[in-house]
Design a protein around this ligand. Structure first.
Ligand SMILES: [Fe+2]
Length: 204
């Protein structure tokens, strides 16, 4: 909490929060219960502000122009599985602790695409398409909107870095270690699927 603004969890639709909790049961592995609730807040807020009630309602693609497979919840889950397994496998194989916090890594993976409800917004997006002179196209990509959501929900700074730079935007900065792992967890899933299922996944 800070003096300038305060997030009101009670203003979120409890059904949407519950839907997020059911969609992402892996969050129960997190030891930090307050961080887990903030992850759920962030997804619920982004969905609620953009006319969605569950992550499953969004198509399973990396961006609206790309091929879809399954629904968006499957993508978020695979990036969570991949990110944690990359880190745990490194620890196992190299027999050392690389110093990351697995709760933070889980939050980063769970929220890397939390801005997608805006990029996929069914009423806003047609306005951007119709008048890109006014809005830009898209008005915001999901990394920018994800930073907004994570900031409002008072997620820690490493989560903001991953929301904002897991994507090609990350070529302009030096990503955190969390961001680098989530980037490869994300791209690894998309480009493997592209080859397995003959999908069109643009390489940005
Ligand atoms: Fe992603």
């Amino acid at each position: 909490m800070n003096l300038f603004f305060e997030f009101h969890r009670e203003a979120l639709d409890p059904q949407i929060r519950e839907n997020v909790r059911k969609t992402l049961p892996m969050l129960d592995e997190m030891k930090d219960a307050e961080l887990r609730e903030k992850v759920i807040d962030a997804w619920a807020l982004s969905l609620q502000l953009n006319g969605w009630t569950a992550i499953e309602e969004m198509p399973g693609s990396g961006m609206p122009e790309a091929s879809a497979i399954g629904d968006q919840s499957m993508h978020i889950k695979v990036v969570m599985y991949n990110a944690l397994s990359i880190y745990r496998n490194l620890k196992k194989a190299y027999e050392r602790d690389f110093g990351l916090d697995e709760d933070i890594l889980m939050a980063c993976a769970a929220l890397h695409d939390v801005g997608k409800p805006y990029e996929y917004n069914r009423t806003e997006r047609p306005k951007w398409v119709a008048d890109d002179k006014e809005y830009g196209m898209p008005n915001l990509r999901h990394p920018s909107y994800g930073v907004f959501i994570c900031g409002v929900c008072e997620l820690p700074a490493p989560v903001l870095n991953v929301a904002g730079y897991h994507s090609p935007e990350g070529r302009f900065i030096k990503r955190s270690a969390y961001g680098e792992i989530v980037h490869y967890a994300d791209d690894g899933s998309w480009f493997s699927l592209a080859r397995l299922c003959d999908l069109n996944i643009p390489k940005l």
